[in-house]
Design a protein around this ligand. Structure first.
Ligand code: HPA
Length: 320
């Protein structure tokens, strides 16, 4: 009898325990739940973001009435180009509240409003990257601001590694297409209808006329350029040789840590897009090892040719 009572008590205790414990989804440990709370896509608030965009635009308009037609984004190592332009107004990013500033000390960057070859240009001298910890909407915020200021065209420049074995360090590439499948889309979250539509066609992101102009300048100046497909990765680590092999099989010719998401945001806003990439290294597995110093050195070495291509493109392209 005593045994029977003990058994019933034990059963009741077990039942009480199960009733008290909260059901947990199989995959959500308390730590993981906390981690998902900071995922930017889930917390992206379109209203706050729109206010930030508008505030950046107003702050800039309070400092200059320059209306740019073309935005030129200078990639790492290609900032020298800005040294020789006739500046109408320069605004450091750090003076625009809400504007993302590079986390690399001394590289906070600036907007340079200028006329080049008769075109009204705003140069983004320095960009922020996803690997610095910014959300993708913040990574593309500067370009959106420049579009709202008037820019209808963007020239995106960067340093890339070559996956295509026919390319060489010092060559240039204009994108004819891209692969963005390994980075979050900058368009995730509530769509900002004022900027563009929810589901954007990406069949033709890059402007054929501008690609042809870059090619004709390159031919005239004896500079090697290729039409390529770029894949963007998050970084900051460089890729492994196996990753590169797979990217090659997917159809990528070059790899980099920026640019493609900006091209997506630009296309979302209906902008004309062109890219000029400088090959700074052969991708992982195609040379002994990779280093940022080598990337910087190679882009420095390419700066004279880079200037010829960008000057030629700005001279010959239509403003709109
Ligand atoms: N991989 C990724 N990003 C890069 C590279 C590379 O090899 N070179 C310059 N940026």
């Amino acid at each position: 009898m005593k045994r029977m009572i003990a058994l019933v008590l034990a059963l009741l205790f077990l039942l009480a325990l199960t009733a008290c414990s909260k059901p947990q989804p199989a995959s959500a440990t308390p730590d993981q739940t906390e981690a998902t709370e900071v995922v930017t896509e889930e917390t992206f608030d379109a209203q706050t973001y729109k206010q930030k965009l508008q505030s950046c635009v107003s702050q800039i308009k309070a400092k200059t009435d320059f209306v740019p037609d073309i935005a030129l984004v200078l990639g790492s190592g290609l900032g020298d180009y800005a040294d020789n332009v006739k500046v109408v107004k320069e605004i450091p990013y750090s003076e625009i509240k809400g504007f993302p500033v590079s986390t690399v000390p001394g590289h906070d960057g600036s907007l340079i409003f200028c006329e080049i070859k008769g075109k009204k240009v705003v140069i983004m001298n320095g960009r922020v990257h996803y690997y610095e910890g910014y959300s993708m909407p913040d990574v593309v915020l500067p370009l959106r601001v420049l579009h709202l200021l008037g820019a209808k065209t963007v020239i995106l420049t960067n340093a890339v590694g070559a996956i295509n074995a026919d390319y060489e360090v010092g060559d240039f590439v204009t994108n004819v297409d891209h692969i963005s499948s390994f980075v979050p889309s900058p368009l995730i979250g509530d769509n900002i209808d004022e900027l563009g539509e929810r589901f954007v066609d990406m069949s033709k992101v890059y402007d054929e006329d501008m690609i042809s102009i870059v090619e004709s300048i390159a031919k005239k100046e004896n500079i090697t350029t290729h039409r390529g497909v770029m894949i963007q990765v998050t970084g900051p680590q460089y890729e492994t040789p196996t990753e590169i092999k797979n990217f090659r099989n997917m159809g990528a010719d070059t790899v980099g840590m920026s640019t493609v998401v900006e091209a997506i945001a630009a296309k979302h806003m209906g902008m004309r897009v062109c890219t000029v990439s400088c090959i700074t290294n052969m991708a992982a597995g195609m040379q002994e090892k990779l280093s940022h110093d080598e990337v910087k050195k190679a882009s420095d070495n390419s700066s004279a040719n880079f200037t010829k291509l960008i000057d030629g493109l700005l001279t010959e392209m239509k403003a709109e």
